[in-house]
Design a protein around this ligand. Sequence first.
Ligand code: HEC
Length: 78
Amino acid sequence: MLAEKDCADCHGDDGLGDYDRPPIAGMNPQKHLKELMDYKTGKRIDENDDMDVADLTMQDMVDLAAYYATLPPPAKKK
Ligand code: HEC
């Protein structure tokens, strides 16, 4: 699956991210899709150029947003 191949390296199998990658699990799918679109169109710049969204199709992004929305979100920060 695309999420495991393309996203899990950085955001983790559980989508919870790590010390310098944000969690994407449990994200509102509309917000998730918007963020991906913003990276793709260059509206949002990832300074380290980590987010390689150029190859993603619209359908991929919709599917990814829907998939991550099904994962449990991170526990609230204290
Ligand atoms: C090489 C590491 C890497 C890969 C691979 C990667 N990301 Fe990211 N992602 C990041 C980093 C780092 C950020 C934070 C960038 C920034 O400062 O804007 C980020 C940010 C995001 C955000 C914005 C989160 C927010 O809270 O606004 C979303 C959504 C996201 N990634 C989804 C994905 C998806 C879906 C994939 C798979 C297609 C993916 N990422 C692949 C490293 C990665």
